[in-house]
Design a protein around this ligand. Structure first.
Ligand SMILES: Cc1cc2nc3c(=O)[nH]c(=O)nc-3n(C[C@H](O)[C@H](O)[C@H](O)COP(=O)(O)OP(=O)(O)OC[C@H]3O[C@@H](n4cnc5c(N)ncnc54)[C@H](O)[C@@H]3O)c2cc1C
Ligand SMILES: Cc1cc2nc3c(=O)[nH]c(=O)nc-3n(C[C@H](O)[C@H](O)[C@H](O)COP(=O)(O)O)c2cc1C
Length: 584
C-alpha cells in the first residue's frame, strides 16, 4: 500500500473510523491496535487523507484541494474550541483543509508529520493547561521531547485573562517550546485577554498572510454558506426573559444561591442546548458602583466616551460596557498609577484621585465580559427554557462590602419579566453518554450541582436504565441542601440509585464529598469497573483537586494498583470520556 492509492487509504480510514469512532480527519488513538511506529505512520497518512478523500468525493483531482492544516485547541470553558472551529472554516477560504482536535488527541511524536499547525490554547487553574491539554503539554515540556523538523510551520494563539499573574502561561510555554525544538514559527504568537475577538482576527490574518502559509495554500473554497436566521453567540446574544428567580439556600445559610429560569421563546434552533452545556450571560454593573466611580472622578456621567463599539455617554458605558472591578496592566499604564495591594479594584485606584478625564477613565478599563453558568435544566424537561444555579458572590475587602457583577445582577437587580443577553456555550467535553445504560457518578457540591440536576432530569426524561450516583454537599443540611425536594423525589422514584450527602459544618469532623467518596471507595471502584463515567463540577481550586486525589487513592486501594497503574487507569478513563470535569 502506498500514499498514492487514495481508494485504499479511504477504505483504511473508514475501517479505522468505524472501529474506533473517529473520522478520517482525526488521529489514531493510543488504544488502537497498532504499535508506535505504525500509529505514527498512519497519523502522517491520515493528515493528508482528508484532502484526498474530499477531492475524490467531489470528483476533482487531489492537487486542486486545500493543503492539510492541523488545528489543535486546549479549552476548558469552550472559547478556544469555538475559535478553532471558526478558524477551520476560515482556513478553507484560504486554501487549507483543516482538522480540529483537542491537544491531548495528538501525541507530541506525531508533530513531525505535520507541515502546518495552529494551536489555540487557554490557560486555566493557576497558569496551568486545560484538562484536554495536560498530557500534550507535559510531553512537550519534557526533556525527552523529540526534536521537530523545520518543515513544521506553526503559530500559537493564547486565551487568558490579564488579571491573572500567569497571564497566558500555557500558550507562552507551548510557543516557546515548539521553537526550541526546531519547528518554524510562521507568525508570532498572540496572547489574548478576555475580549479576544479582535486579537484573534488579527492573529488569524497575519498567520495566513505569512510566507509559510501563503506559499503552501491550495485552491481556496468559497465560504461555507451560513444557515438562515440569527446565530446567537457571544457577540450576538439572544435577549432572554427572566421568568423566575428563587432563593434555593435558606435564610440561615452563609451563601445566597438562586435558581434562575429564563425563557428562550423566539430563539428557535439557535438556542438548542444539551445537558452539560453552559449559558453565557451578559450582566450589567450595579448603578451604585457606577455612581461610586463617578463620585471618585468628579465626572457627571454625561460626558461622551469612545469605546471599541463606538461613542457612548459615560454613565451608560460604565453601566453596560466597562469592567468596573478588574485592574489590569493596561489600567496602571493608562492612569499612571500603582497598585497598593494585590487585590485592589478599580475603585481602590480611583480613590487615590489620579485626576482622569472621561476618556482616560474608559481607556484604563477593559470591556465588561459575559459570565458562563453551567445549565441546570434538561431541555426535555423544560422545553423553551433554560435554568441556572447561581451563587451570589459577596465579600468584604478594604473595609467595604464588595459583590460579583453577574451573580448579583441575576439574583437582585434583574426583575422577573426583564431581559438579558445570553448565548449557549457548547461544551463538547462535558456530556452524558448517548448510551443510557452507562452508570454515572456525579460529584458536585455547592453550585456544582447545576449540571447534575440537568443530567438527572435528562436521564429521567429519557427513561435511561443506567445507574446514577450523586455526591452533593455544602455547609449545613438544613439550609444548604439545594434542590432537596427534587433530589429526594429521585431517591424515592429510583432515578438516583445512591445519593451521598456531605455537610461540612453539621458535625465536629468536617465531612466533604471526597470524605464520602473515600468511605464508599469499594463501591466506587466497583462502579468504575462496571463502566461508570465520573463527572466533577464546581470549585476548581480545592474540591476538584481533592476529589481527583481521592479517586486515585480508591483505585490504588481497591484495585490493588501501583502509582503507574493508577495513572494509566485514570488516563484510560479520560481517553474514553469516562472522566469529565466542569470546574471553575
Ligand atoms: C464553565 C463555567 C461554569 C460555571 N458555572 C457556574 C454555576 O453553575 N454557578 C455559579 O454560581 N457560578 C458558575 N461559574 C462561575 C461564574 O461564571 C462567575 O464567575 C461567578 O458567578 C462570579 O461572577 P460575578 O460576575 O458575580 O463575579 P465577578 O464580578 O466576576 O467577581 C468575581 C471576582 O471577585 C473576586 N472575589 C470573589 N470572592 C472574593 C473574596 N472572598 N475575596 C476577594 N476577592 C473575591 C475575585 O477576584 C473573583 O474573580 C461558572 C464558571 C465557568 C467558567
Ligand atoms: C478557574 C479559571 C482559572 C483561570 N486561570 C487563568 C490563568 O492562570 N491565566 C490566564 O491567563 N487566564 C486564566 N483564566 C482565563 C481563561 O484562560 C480564559 O477565560 C479563557 O478565555 C478560557 O478559554 P476556554 O474557554 O477555551 O477554556 C482562568 C479562567 C478560569 C475560569
Amino acid at each position: 500500500m502506498t500514499a498514492q492509492d487514495p481508494k485504499i487509504l479511504e477504505n483504511l480510514a473508514t475501517a479505522i473510523g468505524q472501529t474506533h469512532g473517529i473520522t478520517p480527519a482525526t488521529f489514531i488513538p493510543e488504544d488502537a491496535p497498532f504499535d508506535e511506529a505504525q500509529r505514527h505512520w498512519l497519523n502522517g497518512l491520515l493528515s493528508g487523507l482528508h484532502a484526498i478523500a474530499s477531492a475524490s468525493a467531489s470528483g476533482g483531482p487531489a492537487a486542486e484541494t486545500g493543503t492539510a492544516l492541523t488545528i489543535l485547541y486546549g479549552s476548558q470553558s469552550g472559547n478556544s474550541e469555538v475559535l478553532s472551529k471558526a478558524l477551520r472554516k476560515f482556513a478553507k477560504t484560504q486554501g487549507f483543509d483543516a482538522t480540529v482536535t483537542a491537544l491531548d488527541d495528538l501525541q507530541v511524536s506525531d508533530l513531525s508529520a505535520i507541515n502546518h499547525l495552529l494551536i489555540v490554547a487557554a490557560t486555566f487553574g493557576v497558569g496551568e493547561p486545560t484538562d484536554n491539554a495536560v498530557k500534550f503539554y507535559a510531553a512537550l515540556m519534557d526533556e525527552a521531547a523529540p526534536e521537530l523538523p523545520a518543515t513544521l510551520n506553526f503559530s500559537v494563539l493564547g486565551l487568558g485573562d490579564s488579571s491573572y499573574a500567569d497571564f497566558n502561561q500555557t500558550a507562552r510555554d507551548i510557543d516557546r517550546r515548539l521553537g526550541e525544538l526546531g519547528a518554524t514559527r510562521a507568525a508570532d504568537a498572540v496572547f489574548c485577554d478576555v475580549d479576544f475577538e479582535d486579537d484573534f482576527a488579527a492573529w488569524r490574518d497575519a498567520t495566513f498572510a505569512s510566507t509559510p502559509f501563503k506559499s503552501a495554500a491550495g485552491a481556496a473554497s468559497a465560504p461555507e454558506p451560513t444557515t438562515a436566521g440569527p446565530a446567537f453567540d457571544k457577540t450576538h446574544p439572544f435577549m432572554a426573559t427572566l421568568i423566575a428567580s428563587d432563593r434555593l439556600s435558606g435564610a440561615a445559610s452563609a451563601k445566597c444561591v438562586n435558581h434562575i429560569e429564563l425563557s428562550l421563546a423566539g430563539g428557535g434552533e439557535d438556542l438548542d442546548y444539551a445537558v452539560g452545556d453552559a449559558l453565557g450571560v451578559w450582566p450589567m454593573n450595579c448603578p451604585r458602583e457606577v455612581q461610586q466611580v463617578l463620585d471618585a472622578t468628579g465626572l457627571s456621567g454625561k460626558e461622551t466616551v469612545t469605546l471599541k463599539t463606538g461613542p457612548a455617554p459615560l454613565r451608560a458605558a460604565l453601566l453596560t460596557r466597562l469592567d468596573l472591578q478588574t485592574v489590569t496592566p493596561k489600567t496602571l499604564e493608562a492612569w499612571g498609577v500603582e497598585k497598593k495591594a494585590d487585590d485592589d479594584h478599580i475603585i481602590d485606584l480611583l480613590q487615590a484621585g489620579p485626576g482622569l478625564d472621561a476618556q482616560a477613565l474608559a481607556d484604563g478599563m477593559r470591556a465588561l465580559q459575559p459570565r458562563l453558568y453551567s445549565i441546570s435544566s434538561s431541555p426535555k424537561a423544560h422545553p423553551g427554557e433554560v435554568h441556572l444555579t447561581v451563587g451570589e458572590v459577596r465579600y468584604a475587602m478594604h473595609d467595604s462590602d464588595r459583590k460579583g457583577v453577574a451573580s448579583t445582577y441575576l439574583g437582585e437587580r434583574l426583575a422577573v419579566g426583564g431581559s438579558l443577553g445570553v448565548y449557549v456555550q457548547k461544551s463538547a467535553h462535558f456530556h452524558i453518554p448517548e448510551d443510557d445504560s452507562v452508570p454515572l457518578i456525579m460529584i458536585g457540591p455547592g453550585t456544582g450541582i447545576a449540571p447534575f440536576r440537568a443530567f438527572l432530569e435528562e436521564r429521567e426524561a429519557r427513561g435511561a436504565d443506567g445507574r446514577n450516583w450523586l455526591f452533593f454537599g455544602d455547609q449545613h443540611e438544613a439550609c444548604d441542601y439545594l434542590y432537596r425536594e427534587q433530589i429526594e423525589g429521585w431517591i424515592e422514584n429510583g432515578v438516583l440509585d445512591k445519593a451521598s450527602l456531605a455537610w461540612s459544618r453539621d458535625t465536629a469532623d468536617k465531612v466533604y464529598v471526597q470524605t464520602l467518596l473515600k468511605q464508599d471507595g469499594k463501591a466506587v471502584f466497583e462502579w468504575l469497573e462496571s463502566g461508570a463515567a465520573v463527572y466533577i463540577c464546581g470549585d476548581a481550586s480545592r474540591m476538584a483537586t481533592d476529589v481527583d486525589r481521592t479517586l486515585r487513592e480508591i483505585i490504588a486501594e481497591h484495585g490493588g494498583k501501583t502509582d503507574v497503574e493508577v495513572a494509566a487507569y485514570m488516563d484510560q478513563l479520560t481517553a474514553t470520556h469516562r472522566y469529565q470535569r466542569d470546574v471553575y
